[in-house]
Design a binder for this molecule. Structure first.
Ligand code: SF4
Length: 338
């Protein structure tokens, strides 16, 4: 593979074909960071209006650090995964305290900020600071796997590591941010999952999978093992001020705090009865639907009931309590009730 030719073609293509997106207006690390966090698990078209509103209200690190949490979450409403918003603010506070409000430039420092993993740190450092720090996500894994007709399993961390190392070696001397974005853009617009648009591809002549007529055979992925499914009924018992919690006695997350729950899905009547066994009489029970939480080998499917009571007895949730994500994500239900 002629990697110099590859990077040159990618840069030429990106500079002519890149979509106009609000976070590409300049190279402000703050704007790039917020966009990358919003784009996790969310489509570009969905993100754009959220992003524009967010930037109007919180235009810089300081504004975000000082934001009222309720206002911040309101700007996130509908995007889901609220931990992302909370981590953004935690990181903004850290930047204010540790770096006097100036976004850090070193990959290692950026990587340490809450909510930032290798991919996001790589994207920020290369796009904002022109560093040779690859941002390898599913799109980039797919492009590289096809380009080199590589039979390595892209689900394996080792493959990601090898691709990251390979990219670090081939970064051009100038246009590093553009090169990072060109890989993302090719994966998003041309080298699509399923059937890639090879006839429109700027690196078609270099692509080994295309040459072999095997574009759709790559990337190689080990089929995911079927996860074991467990059904639970979870009770968000609230008196408007406090939420009841209990200690998990056994199994997954044993000894951690949890919202009271029982195995299996209960009807509203059965849920009311179960509340009685816990010593509560609910003035209102609201069926909040089902939520999933996926662990490595198990998937929890949780039927959630929001139960209003006159008084929640201790223990109840406070800021000091560590609540596993599987339960913490249900707080969204409680916030929606407020
Ligand atoms: S030629 Fe096709 S398979 Fe190869 S990189 Fe381009 S779009 Fe992907």
């Amino acid at each position: 593979m002629d990697w110099t030719l590859f990077t040159g073609k990618m840069l030429d293509w990106y500079r002519g074909a890149a979509r106009v997106l609000p976070w590409r207006e300049n190279r402000d690390p703050y704007r790039i960071w917020v966009s990358e966090i919003m784009l996790q698990q969310t489509r570009v078209d969905t993100v754009i209006p959220y992003y524009n509103r967010f930037m109007e209200t919180f235009p810089c690190v300081e504004a975000l650090a000082n934001a009222d949490e309720t206002a911040l979450l309101k700007h996130w409403e509908g995007l889901g995964y609220y931990t992302r918003a909370r981590n953004l603010q935690k990181a903004a506070k850290m930047i204010m305290e540790t770096y006097q409000g100036i976004f850090p430039e070193r990959f290692e420092d950026v990587r340490k900020l809450p909510g930032i993993g290798d991919y996001t740190a790589g994207a920020i450092c290369s796009i904002a600071f022109e560093q040779p720090t690859p941002a390898v996500d599913g799109n980039v894994l797919r492009v590289l796997s096809r380009l080199t007709a590589d039979d390595s399993d892209v689900m394996k961390p080792e493959t990601r590591k090898q691709y990251t190392l390979r990219l670090q070696e081939i970064y051009p001397a100038e246009g590093r941010g553009d090169f990072t974005q060109s890989l993302m853009e090719l994966g998003a617009l041309i080298c699509l999952p399923g059937t890639p648009k090879c006839t429109d591809c700027p690196v078609q002549t270099l692509c080994l999978a295309y040459t072999k007529g095997a574009s759709e055979r790559y990337p190689v992925k080990t089929p995911k093992k079927e996860k074991k499914v467990e059904r639970l009924t979870v009770f968000l018992i609230s008196d408007g001020k406090h939420l009841a919690i209990s200690k998990r006695e056994q199994g997954l997350l044993s000894n951690m705090w949890q919202f009271p729950n029982v195995s299996g899905w209960l009807s509203t009547d059965a849920a009311r009865e179960e509340m009685g066994k816990m010593g509560y009489s609910a003035t209102q029970i609201c069926d909040c639907g089902r939520m999933k939480h996926i662990f490595t080998h198990i998937e929890w499917q949780m039927q959630v009931y929001h139960c209003t009571v006159n008084k929640v007895e201790a223990p109840y949730l406070t800021d000091e309590i560590t609540l596993p994500t599987a339960f913490r994500k249900l707080l969204q239900v409680e916030q929606e009730k407020e």
